[in-house]
Design a protein around this ligand. Structure first.
Ligand code: GDP
Length: 479
């Protein structure tokens, strides 16, 4: 009995319900098998089909990953520049490191799902710091694209007008879908500024053209999963992988993104010092897209209005009438993340200067205030990743509209956040915030095209499980 219990415990505990493979070196990546110590057990079980597909992906990656025979063969083919006839051994999708860290995490998860759906091997452009931030997610073979990859110097300059760009080729009629031969690589431009031809990526016909192209190189800053749900040929597979639809990022994010040992140190030290002892943890992520420098009074008012109205934080007694705090008063820890320190200072002062109506005591903590986005700096990105992760360890989450930073936290944490609406004219929106329909991230730049009828259409009303987002009216999310 004991062993069985231990086994079940390990499976549901450190292996996250079978999501993670057993047998990784624990010292090389401390977070992989100890994240469960910091989280409540997920209410969402990965399907047995997802688990079996992850294990078979791991086999594929081992067989085709960097420096395998198949990889070298495909590389020779790419270098020769010759067109491809018939089938190849292994096909690849290369994800280009691009944009802020939240965007990168979401676009990479989308691309991994695309790799699963199309039996491709995912290779990750290391950019400046991917290897510094994340552990290897797959056993045995690296997911990092070797630095001597032939096209690597062109990654920065690849754009909508590149000769091998899928949309550009369609525009110039150089793609002949009935032709037997295929180019050795195609560049997919799915950046938010992409055009109508690039968007045809989300059509079945184009997917079947891409099928036998051995190398796809993708640049995107989006969580494009919602639109994969609208491609008919992926429907059955997606239903089997995710019977509970709005758990895509929750599962794939926990499968893929394990903080490196350095970042894990930032996370665990902070958690144990400031958050572990609290009876309840509340995360507030403040990300204001405004060209002026904050902090802004209307944003502070919005945060207070939301957290008090939704009873996420206790109100304070301005008469200061409560003088004898009870011995077993509850301790609430508020984790604030923001580029600026002003909001958390105000909140902290409020709970110091006045007692709460409930008798609870409230601690307010903010790990960093980096003042502005500095994506090129190593320590800056380590802190950004640590903070997204810390937010995901809270019990209740408040996020800012439009921010992928918040989406990562809510997805990893399995939390349906309260979203602070974007303010207009410096006034507090009414209502100030709204509970998200699901924990899935929002696709900010989806296509609005009916591939069959070849005309524009509202893609947010086609199926019940893909809807417009709460925070961006034209965005799409899985619910
Ligand atoms: P988004 O712009 O909110 O969608 O999120 P991204 O993560 O893609 O880009 C924002 C970047 O700004 C982050 O990656 C960080 O570099 C920085 N940043 C924004 N908010 C915070 C914060 O609260 N804490 C830290 N440490 N960095 C932040």
């Amino acid at each position: 009995g004991g062993v069985l219990f231990q086994h079940a415990d390990k499976y549901n505990g450190k292996l996250l319900g079978g999501l993670l493979a057993d047998g990784f070196d624990e010292a090389a990546c401390a977070s992989r098998y100890s994240s469960f110590l910091y989280r409540k057990i997920s209410l969402h079980k990965p399907s047995s089909y997802l688990i079996s597909r992850l294990r078979s992906y791991e086999d594929l990656h081992k067989r085709c990953g960097p420096n395998t025979q198949s990889y070298n063969k495909a590389l020779e083919q790419l270098k020769s520049g010759k067109k491809i006839m018939g089938l190849t051994d292994c096909n690849y999708i290369v994800w280009i490191s691009f944009s802020g860290l939240g965007n990168r995490i979401l676009s990479l998860a989308s691309t991994f799902l695309y790799a699963l759906l199309t039996n491709r091997v995912l290779l990750v452009d290391q950019g400046k710091d991917m290897a510094d931030l994340f552990c290897e997610p797959f056993p045995d073979k690296s997911w990092l694209l070797p630095r001597d990859f032939p096209l690597i110097d062109q990654f920065d300059s690849l754009n909508q007008n590149s000769p091998n760009c899928h949309g550009n080729m369609l525009k110039n009629n150089v793609i002949n879908s009935s032709a037997m031969s295929k180019p050795s690589y195609i560049y997919l431009h799915l950046v938010h500024d992409y055009g109508d031809h690039d968007k045809l990526f989300f059509c079945d016909g184009d997917q079947s053209f891409l099928e036998n192209v051995p190398w796809l190189i993708m640049k995107t800053d989006n969580y494009y999963v919602p639109s994969l749900f609208l491609i008919p040929s992926f429907e059955t597979e997606l239903r089997n992988l995710f019977p509970e639809k709005a758990t895509v990022f929750h599962h794939l994010g926990r499968y893929l993104f394990h903080p490196s040992n350095h970042v894990w140190g930032l996370i665990t030290r902070y958690y144990r010092t400031y958050l572990a002892k609290a009876d309840e943890r509340i995360g507030i992520q403040i990300r204001i897209f405004d060209s002026r420098r904050g902090p802004f009074k209307h944003v502070m008012d919005q945060i207070l209005s939301c957290t008090l109205k939704e009873k996420l934080l206790p109100a304070v007694d301005m008469q200061d009438s409560v003088v004898n705090p009870s011995e077993n008063a509850k301790l609430k820890a508020v984790l604030v993340t923001s580029l600026l320190s002003g909001y958390s200072e105000d909140l902290r002062n409020m709970y110091w200067e006045h007692p709460t109506m409930t008798g609870e005591v409230v601690g307010v903590y903010q790990p960093s205030h980096e003042e502005f986005q500095q994506t090129e700096k190593q320590m800056h990105n380590r802190k950004a990743w640590a903070e997204m992760y810390l937010l995901s360890l809270t019990d209740v989450l408040v996020t800012s509209a439009w921010s992928t930073f918040g989406y990562v936290a809510q997805g990893l944490g399995g939390l349906r956040p309260w979203i602070l609406y974007k303010t207009e004219n410096d006034t507090v929106p009414d209502p100030p915030c709204h509970r998200a329909m699901s924990m899935e991230p929002c696709f900010h730049a989806p296509p609005f095209y009916d591939c069959k009828a070849k005309k524009g259409i509202d893609t947010g009303i086609l199926v019940p499980h893909v809807r417009h987002c709460e925070d961006i009216s034209w965005g799409l999310k899985v619910v």
